[in-house]
Design a protein around this ligand. Structure first.
Ligand code: AMP
Ligand code: MG
Length: 491
């Protein structure tokens, strides 16, 4: 059977130095462990074909579908602040682009499909654990309404990969509105290739910021657009307690999607300094540092675009600084309005920011669970009892003091308790991919070849704002002995 995907490959039509043409490396015995059927249909792909033996071979990189033009993309990047002029897809291969049911162009990429010219010392492979983690967390992010790459499929390869120990190999099929990163611009800028920067900018505008094309200054409008989307994205992360873990410029997407899930994690108890990644020793990418790091990454993007802004370098810098200056306000607006919604406020008043900050401070001091505090606050708004929320604080009295001010503030709004309760439930999830749950799923798959926990976790996380009483335990924070203190890239 020949399998045809309705691919259109615009990135592969860019100049030859944008990528390396390379086919996936065949694997021994691919087996499909998960297919995202609704996503397949949305992408115009036939789930029956994808779940056939031929489909599994395609998703494992053993067979290249008709219409594909497989490439590894070139990019550079600042890793933990240090510039690396050449990174590139070392273990990912872009099969091609499809147009989804909404008319949006989507990259279909295999991650873990074998070495490429950008692999350096890596094996081009992925281990099962990180593949499952990315599948779970990216799909959870989607259900939470946060821009993200998606997961179309996971296959095991039937081969082992060497990490600290030998681990089962797997391939993730990732879907993104594109894989253009800040680091992709840096690749050309670092080579003094202004034409390359311009061609990439034109491609990014056509694909992600079409309105910029007709702006008076399209490249300025491109930077403005990326600044706005990154500000919204990071606000969205903070509002659900997400820590990306490796916000290097090569993991920072031009489209404004969350990309490159590695040692990412959701926090349990609220701690602004929280870090999970084992490689982030200095806490550069700690929870509360993320806005500042996003701006740092955007500044690196702006540097790449300077030659397109003006021949007068000083003028170009001034213009870039003006646009970057908008990040703080955009982020603060998104974050503060998100926080007001989380505590159930419909309006904005002087003092709201301090009110919410005081709650966060009390949560931090009392190790209150981030997700549960806000979820239960919604219940407290309805029933006028604070018992379930205050129990989350080491010293429940710390909540009581705050709750008096909170109830006074709510009383000044005309909305009913029922309306407020409903609004709060729609922004405060009950279910997030808690680390200990993700870890348990990975262990069951690796040790017992048991994917039932993976399926169950995915189905709970697909409806994060619904109570799902039969799965209530998934909302619980870890017991002290279940706590996961570190997450690993696993590359
Ligand atoms: P990451 O930390 O996953 O964002 O990757 C950083 C860089 O290392 C990218 O250029 C990746 O393609 C590359 N890389 C990560 N893991 C591997 C691997 N197992 N084999 C080859 N390249 C890799
Ligand atoms: Mg990366």
């Amino acid at each position: 059977m020949t399998v045809h995907f309705p691919f259109q490959n615009t990135y592969a039509a860019l100049p030859a130095n944008f990528f390396a043409r390379v086919a996936p490396t065949p694997v021994a015995a691919p087996r499909l462990i998960k297919l995202n059927r609704p996503l397949a249909i949305h992408l115009g792909l036939d789930p029956e074909v994808l779940s056939s033996p031929e489909g599994a071979e395609i998703l494992a990189g053993k067979r290249v579908p008709d219409g594909a033009d497989p490439i590894a993309m070139a990019y550079a990047g600042h890793q933990f602040g240090h510039f690396v002029p050449q990174l590139g897809d070392g273990r990912a291969i872009l099969l091609g682009e499809v147009i989804d049911a909404d008319g949006v162009r989507r990259d279909i990429q295999l991650k873990g499909s074998g070495p490429t010219p950008f692999s350096r010392r890596g094996d081009g492979r992925a281990a099962l654990g990180p593949v499952l983690r990315e599948y779970i967390v990216s799909e959870a992010m989607f259900a939470l309404g946060i821009p993200t790459t998606r997961s179309l499929a996971a296959v095991i390869t039937g081969e082992r990969v060497q990490r600290e120990t030998m681990l089962p190999g797997a391939v993730l099929t990732r879907v993104a509105s594109s894989h253009i990163r800040v680091g992709t611009f840096q690749f050309f800028a670092a080579r003094g290739d202004t034409d390359g920067v311009r061609q990439l900018a034109d491609h990014a505008i056509a694909r992600h910021y079409p309105e910029a094309a007709s702006a008076m200054r399209p490249y300025h409008a491109l930077l403005e657009g990326v600044v706005a989307r990154q500000a919204d994205l990071v606000a969205g992360w903070l509002l659900v307690g997400f820590i990306h873990g490796v916000m290097n410029t090569d993991n920072s997407s031009i489209s404004g999607e969350t990309i490159d899930y590695g040692p990412c994690a959701f926090m349990d108890h609220y701690d602004p300094a929280q870090v999970f990644s084992s490689i982030d020793e200095m806490g550069r990418y700690a929870y509360a540092n993320q806005p500042q790091i996003a701006l740092w990454n955007l500044t690196r993007l702006a540097e790449c675009l300077l030659p397109l802004f003006s021949d007068d370098k000083d003028k170009a810098i001034e213009q870039a600084q003006f646009i970057l200056g908008e990040f703080a306000e955009k982020f603060t607006t998104a974050y503060q309005s998100g926080l007001r919604a989380k505590v159930g406020l419909f309006s904005q008043r002087d003092g709201d920011e301090a009110l919410v900050q005081d709650l966060l401070d009390a949560m931090a001091k009392n190790q209150a669970d981030f997700t549960l505090t806000f979820r239960r606050l919604g219940d407290a708004a309805l029933v006028a009892s604070d018992d379930s929320v205050r129990a989350l604080f080491l010293d429940p009295a710390a909540f009581d003091e705050w709750a008096v001010r909170w109830r006074q503030r709510m009383a000044a709004e005309p909305q009913s308790a029922t309306e407020r309760h409903a609004a709060m439930r729609s922004v405060n999830p009950a279910f997030i991919p808690r680390n200990h749950r993700v870890e348990a799923v990975i262990q069951a798959a690796m040790k017992n070849n048991d994917y039932a926990p993976f399926e169950e976790l995915l189905s709970v996380l697909a409806k994060p704002f619904e109570d799902q009483p039969e799965f209530a335990a998934y909302a619980d924070p870890p017991q002290p002995e279940q706590r996961v203190l570190q997450t690993f890239c696993g590359t």
